[in-house]
Write a protein that binds this ligand. Structure first.
Ligand SMILES: C[S@@+](CC[C@H](N)C(=O)[O-])C[C@H]1O[C@@H](n2cnc3c(N)ncnc32)[C@H](O)[C@@H]1O
Length: 338
């Protein structure tokens, strides 16, 4: 059970912090929820009343084109289909796989050949980053015939590579991997994209098409417990890169430190580049390098473990779905370890 006043506050905060200026549809709907005692009463009976989960559940059942857009429409929808919405909310967790983030990750990658490991990979769509077309200024990158075109507004001296690095091996790890060959999994992935985010839908569609043609190898497992075994499989003759985006906020601070410790331990055997794209303050090692941005922004970090030397850098701040990247002046912490 959730407290109604807490739910109202949560939906108002969601509207102001996450939707304003980014999704008119969810901005209006979240504010409408916060004002609607019937809808709030429905949500108070759910063990998880999180806005993204609620709206995705409604969208799954209503369909993107028929998503209720006002408080009265939502109330009416719940009268008819509330039991089904409740079932969806109880049986699913929000699941996104946002390939837009690849435009942010790309400049942080070292030159190839690369062996890529993504933790919290979801459907593994970001592992296909060499198959996308990057409409970047001044120089686009990749294959223009790709079904996935990514745009990202760049600011500052972003060091764009002259070509996408060669990826010779790639693996993903996720507690709950998504298999895009299953129609139901794809419908849920789509339902988790906000209804007025048409470009995100298009690129997700395109990435799913690529993944269906060549499914990435995503293992079920935890990013601490199961990572060492996966890293041990990586070929020796490629630079090992471990990356993640929008993942570490889902694990406890202790588990985040344990993850960093796994990487440090593995780097005793080989060099590793760790690229992270997470909410501000999520990675303690990087939080000391950059004050948390005031808006909702991700911090792009890179830690290089090279021959016993650890070098932590904050490279930039980014829009959470990859629409913008601002490159920062060099901010780094280098220390010996081990
Ligand atoms: C918000 S999604 C992000 C997916 C993807 N990284 C992206 O940027 O689109 C977070 C993913 O992290 C996974 N995850 C959460 N905790 C995890 C853990 N302890 N080990 C592995 N994966 C985890 C979830 O299952 C989910 O697929």
């Amino acid at each position: 059970m959730n407290d109604p006043a807490g739910i109202k506050l949560r939906y108002r905060t969601f509207a102001d912090m996450e939707c304003r200026g980014y999704s008119e549809a969810y901005y209006r709907l979240a504010l409408a929820v916060a004002e609607d005692d019937d809808v709030v009463a429905f949500l108070s009976r759910m063990s998880v009343a999180q806005p993204n989960l609620f709206f995705a559940s409604v969208q799954l059942l209503a369909g993107g084109d028929h998503m209720p857009s006002t408080g009265p429409e939502l109330r009416q929808f719940l009268r008819r289909r509330g039991a089904e919405v409740g079932d969806v909310m109880r049986s699913r967790r929000t699941q996104t796989n946002e390939v837009g983030r690849c435009a942010v990750l790309l400049p942080a990658l070292p030159p190839g050949p690369l062996a890529l490991v993504e933790v919290g990979a979801s459907a593994g769509l970001c592992l296909l980053l060499d198959q996308f077309y990057y409409e970047l200024e001044p120089t686009p990158l990749g294959d223009a015939s790709s079904p996935v075109h990514l745009r990202c507004a760049l600011a500052g001296p972003v060091p764009l590579p002259s070509a996408i690095p060669e990826i010779v091996w790639r693996r993903g790890l996720d507690l709950h991997p998504v298999d895009v060959r299953h129609a139901d999994a794809v419908r849920w992935l789509m339902a988790c994209v906000w209804p007025d985010h048409h470009e995100r839908r298009r690129r997700l569609d395109g990435a799913i098409e690529l993944a269906r043609a060549q499914p990435p190898d995503i293992r079920a497992g935890d990013l601490v417990e199961d990572l060492p075994a996966l890293l041990a499989e990586a070929p020796d003759d490629a630079q090992l890169v471990v990356f993640h985006s929008a993942v570490l906020s889902y694990v406890s601070p202790g588990h985040r430190r344990a993850f960093a410790a796994v990487l440090a331990e593995a780097s005793r055997r080989r060099d590793i580049v760790w690229v992270s794209n997470e909410g501000a303050g999520i990675i303690g090692e990087l939080a000391v390098l950059v004050p948390p941005p005031s808006e909702l922004r991700f911090v792009l970090g890179r830690t290089r473990f090279t021959k016993g030397q650890r070098d932590d850098e904050v490279l930039g701040v980014a829009h959470p779905h990859g629409a913008e990247l601002t490159w920062l002046e060099p901010r780094r912490l280098a220390e010996r370890f081990g």
